[in-house]
Design a protein around this ligand. Structure first.
Ligand code: ADP
Length: 574
């Protein structure tokens, strides 16, 4: 019987599933159809759980977030042609955010290329601009090697998206089980050998000494960390650095939680002061891009000395910091901690810089708390966010994962919601991508099964992928989606009189949706739980029940359409 099992034939779909499982993949997100339906089932049979979505775009965002949360590549499976095109959303989003993702797509049969085959597309050309590596299996025997190679490429250096194309004829080719096993074992051995090769980075010794000196001599030092530090699991090292040196810190939006927001040295509430006046800034796993005002005046002082820690040498070349340290964030900060230990320094308790930041933070926090303390009905953004913040904090540890998107909902939410654990905030990210929320929720729920997932979504952001509430119900995931319903993008019709002329002036505004839409009923349509919340008591009771039950729920929170600003805090760009 064993012999027959080994001589039994397996097809390309089965080989792909087995290779993915052998490479350590545990989850795959996607949409099935010609020619990958069997690949999904084969992968599942081999141990790779397949999460079937309603649209590849959401599945791609799920795979991207999974890569960030787990530090291992998120898998996205798409059908040929249009499925591949929808999948580009997730592939490009992962690359833009420096998160590892492998998109695997079926494509039309090789002999039919150029003849107008079903869903024909040059998928290598389509994916290349967004992928670190785009490769095609031209025969079944290629599959194991390319699976291992593409997975490794997603996490090598700066993480990002990669693409593996498997034409339908290759999916249908066969091998014996023993041939497949041998190819997979050989691919695994090659991959292990190339991973154990020593990294080619230059020595860090000199840079570490210089960095420690710069920080030591600084009058107004600041530590900034981003989602690259969160991805690198540098939280212990960075917390230790902050605690031993007494240097204030500032997280980027998804760096939040690497050091708890509740830490006394948090400069979040004194951000403008901190970045405007620091003289040495240690930036760990964060790009000096638009999110950090390019590291330039007027937001930053023109004399600030940047110490940049990044795994990607090109990033350091691009920014030309005072000092660049190429390496893994966790390792570099550990080395820095070791160097500092030989020369311990700690900003004095009553250091003027720390005092200035602490005072400014306290003032700003008091101002915000005064705003938050009011129960404003109809709801503004502050009142429901305070109620949500308190409900999330009451969950304790492990803290829920907060998913957030929208304009005002995300901007105000970032200030109000508290992250005390790393990798517990997922938002629109480097690209400001809207529509990521539901995919993120599904990824977070499967990647971190002990955590509740709470999405705080603008009604527009929710709408991009609202059909995935069915996916939440189908897999019974512990996800509570809170929709801030203000009747549209930025809150309904805000057209000026000049914009309200012409033949289409009676059309709904481009920014407005059906007023008071019943989003909670969409969830009920699939058997999940829906709540409508227009008052603090209704919201509190919906949160307390849905957090306790840990089943899919949508809470439709009605917000005053005139609360909030157009484009949130990005008006200058609109
Ligand atoms: P944020 O949006 O939080 O500011 P970015 O996505 O702009 O963060 O920057 C993250 C940076 O982290 C990228 O430049 C990326 O190359 C870098 N990075 C990714 N992984 C690591 C790692 N393991 N160690 C150090 N840096 C990393």
């Amino acid at each position: 019987a064993a012999e027959t099992a080994l001589t039994a034939k397996v097809d390309g779909s089965a080989v792909a599933g087995l290779a993915l499982a052998a490479a350590g993949s545990r989850h795959m997100f996607g949409v099935v159809g010609i020619p990958v339906t069997s690949l999904a089932s084969r992968a599942a049979a081999a141990g790779v759980r397949f999460l079937a979505f309603r649209n590849e775009q959401s599945a791609g965002y799920a795979a991207a977030a999974y890569g960030f949360l787990t530090g291992t590549p998120g898998l996205l499976l798409t059908v040929s042609g249009p499925g591949c095109v929808h999948g580009l959303a997730g592939l490009s989003h992962a690359t833009a955010n420096a998160w590892p993702l492998l998109m695997v797509s079926g494509s039309c049969a090789q002999p039919d290329v150029g003849r107008g085959d079903f869903q024909e597309l040059d998928q290598i050309a389509a994916t290349k601009p967004f992928a670190k590596l785009a490769v095609k299996a031209t025969a079944i025997a290629d599959i194991p090697r390319l699976v291992f190679q593409a997975l490794a490429a997603t996490v090598a250096g700066r993480p990002g998206g990669c693409y593996l194309d498997i034409p339908s004829d290759v999916l249908h080719q066969t091998l014996t089980q023993s041939e497949a096993d041998a190819l997979i074992a050989a691919a695994a051995a090659d991959s292990a050998a190339s991973c154990s090769a020593p990294p080619k980075h230059k020595s860090l010794d000199e840079g570490i000494v210089k960095a420690a000196e710069l920080l030591h001599r600084a009058e107004r030092p600041l530590v900034v960390f981003g989602k690259g530090a969160a991805y690198a699991r540098a939280e212990e090292a960075i917390q230790k650095l902050v605690d031993t040196t007494g240097i204030p810190f500032l997280p980027t939006p998804m760096g939040k939680g690497v050091v708890p927001d509740s830490h006394p040295l948090s400069a979040t509430a004194a951000r403008s002061l901190a970045i405007g006046q620091c003289d040495v800034a240690l930036i760990v796993g964060a790009r000096l891009n638009w999110l950090l005002h390019f590291g330039e005046p007027p937001k930053w002082s023109k004399d600030v000395k940047f110490i940049l820690v990044d795994v990607d040498e090109d990033e350091i070349e691009l920014r030309k910091p005072h000092l660049g340290l190429v390496g893994d964030a966790k390792r570099v900060v550990e080395l820095l901690n070791r160097e500092i230990k030989d020369q311990p320094f700690c900003l004095a308790r009553s250091h003027p810089w720390v005092d200035a930041i602490t005072k400014k933070s306290k003032d700003n926090v008091l101002k915000m708390e005064a705003q938050l303390a009011k129960d404003v009905v109809p709801f503004n953004f502050m009142t429901p966010l305070r109620i949500i913040r308190d409900a999330i904090l009451a969950e304790g540890s492990p803290a829920p994962i907060v998913v957030s998107e929208g304009a005002n909902t995300m901007d105000v939410g970032r200030a109000v919601l508290v992250q005390n654990e790393p990798r517990t905030r997922l938002d629109a990210g480097t690209w400001g991508t809207m529509g990521v929320g539901l995919g993120y929720c599904i990824a977070a729920a499967v990647a971190e099964p002990k955590r509740l997932v709470v999405a705080v979504e603008g009604d527009s952001g929710f709408g991009f992928s609202a059909m995935e509430v069915e996916t939440l119900v189908r897999y019974q995931l512990p996800v509570v989606v809170i929709v801030f319903n203000n009747n549209g993008v930025y809150g309904g019709d805000r057209r000026s009189p000049e914009e309200l002329t012409g033949p289409h002036k009676d059309d709904p505004a481009p920014t407005s949706f059906v007023p008071a839409a019943g989003y909670h009923k969409m969830m009920e349509a699939f058997g999940g739980k829906g709540y409508l919340a227009e008052t603090p008591d209704e919201l509190k009771s919906a949160l307390s029940e849905s957090f306790r039950v840990r089943k899919p729920a949508v809470i439709n929170v009605i917000i005053d359409p005139y609360a909030g600003a157009e484009s949130g805090r990005m008006q200058h760009k609109n």
